[in-house]
Design a protein around this ligand. Structure first.
Ligand code: SF4
Length: 398
């Protein structure tokens, strides 16, 4: 069994207007202490994993998420990667992704990241339009994205993802089309398209509540999604997840393109991952767990070094055992996000000792009748209509 590792870097230069992630602005002086704590956690979890599994924990994907991981210097990344190599066995060719903000990259940092084994960059482009980036409170312009991709290519990166957001207030179908086409012109290997969700507690939510900014139109957002699906298909991208597309290549597997994000596939296939850092979530050894979200509390807990058993560290704040029924429901909800792969009966039967058809006969038939799901007796997948109404389909398996 191979694991994935998620490392959370909870710092940003400023908060974007829509952001409800676990991230903090104006805390730059905390970063060195935080990274020391993170290196401690890497060491502790790796050591406990070695004892629990009787071998150094094998890891095939690493994901630095945030926050803005690219606020870190190349030297700071090097220290973290060195700690990872000491504590875990990174099985080659390990996929190592770094989330990046366009105005935090330069050629020397990118060259250093590439040289130390980072294989994939995920750049938060979000839009090509200055007005939309302003509304989102982003601190970059689209020229910064263009420059970042050029620098990434110069540094040797051949796997670049661009994130875009649609369904924005004031955004029309045409401005969305301009954004997506602008991103496609940069020839990214991968695109993630997310519908804007206005989360309580964010400045954007307050503006919408006060009537200062219009709420997004869900019907228009659905039109944007359908147009993007067709446009990306025609542009040589394979959709493999509800929100994710990978550029097609000659050696694609039928159910998962070669350029799909292996780290995120681990989540959607309901396979184990270890969460490291403040607020990070993990799933391993039958537990879902999360670390304390506050960087201050996280640092204090790692300093105290209370004993903890694998997969937990002293920073764990919540934990919940995953019984077989819950594991089955989660397998369905996450697996159905995979639009090509879906949930296959052989793997399901092998894992849970019951066939998919026997376990969910009624649900599969009803969702098929509603046009949300295709089921051929071997594999269940969302239909294009099911992708738009995915939550309704997922609820059937709870
Ligand atoms: S850069 Fe990302 S994590 Fe940071 S505030 Fe903006 S949306 Fe949130």
């Amino acid at each position: 069994m191979r694991f994935s590792l998620y490392l959370h870097i909870p710092f940003c230069a400023a908060r974007c207007s829509y952001c409800d992630f676990n991230t903090y602005a104006g805390q730059g002086t905390l970063i060195p202490h935080y990274l020391q704590a993170l290196a401690n956690e890497i060491h502790l979890v790796g050591e406990q994993g070695r004892r629990a599994l009787g071998q150094t924990v094998p890891v095939h994907t690493v994901y630095f998420g945030g926050g803005t991981p690219t606020l870190l210097t190349a030297r700071q990344f090097e220290l973290l990667l060195s700690a990872l190599h000491d504590a875990f066995r990174l099985t080659p060719p390990a996929e190592v992704t770094v989330e990046a903000n366009p105005n935090t990259l330069n050629l020397s940092k990118l060259r250093a990241l590439h040289a130390m084994g980072v294989t994939r960059l995920s750049i938060g482009a979000q839009s090509t339009l200055a007005s939309e980036l302003r509304l989102l409170g982003r601190r970059h312009g689209f020229p910064d994205v263009v420059r970042s991709v050029e620098l990434a290519r110069q540094a040797g990166f051949d796997n670049v993802n661009l994130d875009l957001i649609y369904g924005l207030p004031h955004q029309g179908l045409q401005s969305w089309q301009a954004s997506l086409r602008g991103a496609l012109a940069l020839q990214p290997e991968h695109l993630s398209l997310y519908a804007l969700s206005i989360e309580p507690g964010t400045p954007l939510h307050t503006r919408v509540q006060r009537g200062l900014t219009p709420a997004p139109d869900p019907d228009l957002a659905a039109d944007m999604y359908e147009w993007a699906s067709a446009e990306l298909e025609a542009s040589g991208y394979a959709q493999y997840e509800i929100s994710n597309w990978a550029r097609r290549s000659a050696d694609d597997e039928p159910l998962a393109p070669r350029l799909a994000c292996l780290h995120n596939l681990q989540y959607w296939r309901n396979l184990p991952y270890l969460g490291l850092g403040a607020g990070a979530h993990g799933y391993a050894s039958g537990w879902r767990y999360s670390n304390t979200p506050s960087p201050h509390a996280y640092i204090a807990r790692l300093r105290a070094q209370q004993p903890a058993e694998f997969p937990f560290s002293p920073a764990v704040e919540t934990r919940a055992a995953v019984n077989s029924d819950l594991a089955i429901a989660e397998t369905m909800m996450m697996g159905l996000r995979l639009t090509l792969e879906g949930v296959g009966d052989p793997a399901f039967r092998q894992h849970f000792g019951v066939s998919l058809g026997d376990r969910f006969r009624t649900q599969l038939a009803e969702l098929q009748a509603q046009g949300l799901l295709s089921w051929d007796g071997a594999r269940a997948r969302l239909t294009p209509r099911g992708r738009l109404l995915a939550n309704r389909a997922f609820a059937a398996f709870l």
